[in-house]
Design a protein around this ligand. Structure first.
Ligand code: NIG
Ligand code: FE
Length: 421
């Protein structure tokens, strides 16, 4: 087994635990000055002060030493909501939206998600794979070591399966762990333009059993929104998915408040995502449930919409995670530096809360908090070294990518623009 020790880390900053941190727990970090991390194989063996770790090391035939002087170590970022795999671009639409055209109006006219759908249907699996691989290389440079990727740009049987299969291959052929979500209910495809209930039945009867049988996805999600999938349709899809053993996620209360967050709680979904328009009542329901509130402030920013009520959610005791929502339409960015800045400045979260939201709570939103999301013995060695002495620089050095080194499963990743260690 390979042993690596990161030594003299100026500061180690990490949330602690195997489950989501809620409410006031979100700002509690373990901080160690002049720390060390001992990695054995792909797991963390010990995290403590440098002298304690060195004293505990047994006689090992070979140790790879890494000097982390002047650096800060944090857990790898877990991006729990992305639509990273697509073809084509929608720069033209972004320009139209800047000029005032509404996002849902573009979708209603056959643009938006449906224009990406067209491009994805036309792309071969190999083309999607290559484009996805390039995107993931860039995401890795921002310190993302695990992400969730959604289908939802095929919207028919072969192309939804194609998207999920490409993500499965990408998971195996590059360092970032990719967990897959079936989001067939992302938009009503043209084939069902006048028959959205027919599309819901098709998802329930044909797609979900097939995806379960082929183990192509871990989670099922629905875009529950006025003019897209209503509450009854969302419920019908999610209940069937639950019967088949999938974990549930929901695009809830993004533009309008139609009760998506409440539905997510009722069905004990893993997460309710977006929540820009969540009702006061549903803030309380979410806080009293096990469902994680996944907030996506970069989407609110790009859509010029009011931000989700992060402070109220935390005050009521909810577990908040933060994710990019990277997609070609509403939010064409995976910058963890931008996500950090928006979370502290626009949503008034503290730096410690944001760090928890982007690591351990992101992991919890994927049901993986026992394996990743914090720096402690037994967890996977997904570790970032920052070009900064203190985790608070993540907010203070606004919008700057501080990620200098990425260890994924104990292996140092090659980052083209960064210095090796
Ligand atoms: O989360 N809201 C629905 N889905 C994405 C946007 C996808 C797209 O526009 O392509 C979102 O914002
Ligand atoms: Fe989304």
């Amino acid at each position: 087994m390979k042993h690596t020790v990161l030594r003299h880390i100026h500061q180690i900053a990490t949330p602690i635990g195997q489950t989501a941190r809620r409410g006031p727990q979100m700002k509690q970090l373990r901080l160690i000055e002049d720390g060390a991390i001992w990695i054995a194989g792909d797991k963390i063996r010990m995290v403590d002060s440098d002298s304690t770790v060195i004293a505990a090391l047994p006689d090992l035939p070979e140790i790879h030493w890494v000097d982390a002087k002047n650096k800060c170590a944090i857990p790898g970022f877990v991006d729990a909501h992305t639509h990273f795999l697509f073809a084509g671009t929608r720069a033209q639409e972004f320009d139209e939206r800047l000029a005032g055209v509404a996002y849902l109006d573009l979708l209603a006219k056959g643009g938006g998600i449906c224009s990406t759908m067209q491009a994805v249907r036309e792309a071969s699996a190999e083309e999607l794979f290559q484009q996805g691989k390039e995107t993931l290389q860039e995401m890795l440079q921002f310190g993302i070591t695990t992400l969730e990727g959604k289908s939802g740009y095929g919207l028919n049987e072969p192309d939804e399966l194609k998207q999920l299969a490409v993500m499965k291959r990408l998971d195996q052929e590059q360092p970032i762990t990719i967990l897959r979500t079936y989001l067939g209910a992302h938009a009503v495809p043209p084939e069902y333009a006048k028959n959205s209930n027919g599309y819901v039945d098709f998802i329930r009867e044909n797609m979900l059993p097939q995806i379960e049988e082929r183990a192509l996805a871990d989670y099922v999600d629905v875009f529950c929104e006025k003019g897209v999938f209503n509450l009854a349709q969302s419920r019908a899809i999610l209940e069937r998915a639950k019967e088949l053993g999938f974990s549930l996620k929901l695009h809830a209360d993004e533009m309008t408040s139609i009760g998506g967050a409440g539905l997510a709680c009722e069905l004990n979904a893993l997460s309710a995502d977006h929540l820009l328009s969540i009702s006061h009542e549903d803030i309380h329901r979410l806080a009293d449930s096990n469902t994680i509130a996944v907030l996506l402030p970069a989407t609110a920013f790009c859509m010029r919409r009011p931000y989700a009520p992060a402070r109220q959610l935390i005050q009521q005791g909810a577990a908040v995670a933060l994710a990019s929502d990277f997609n070609p339409g509403s939010c064409y960015t995976y910058s963890t530096a931008l996500l950090f800045a928006l979370s502290v400045i626009q949503m008034q979260m503290t730096t410690a809360e944001v760090l928890t939201g982007m690591t351990l709570n992101g992991a919890a939103a994927l049901g993986k908090a026992a394996e990743i999301g914090s720096l402690e013995a037994g967890k996977q060695a997904d570790i970032l070294l920052l070009n900064a002495p203190d985790y608070r620089y993540l907010a203070y050095k606004t919008g700057v990518n501080l990620v200098e080194n990425v260890f994924k499963g104990g292996v140092a990743c090659e980052l083209p623009h960064h210095r090796p260690c």
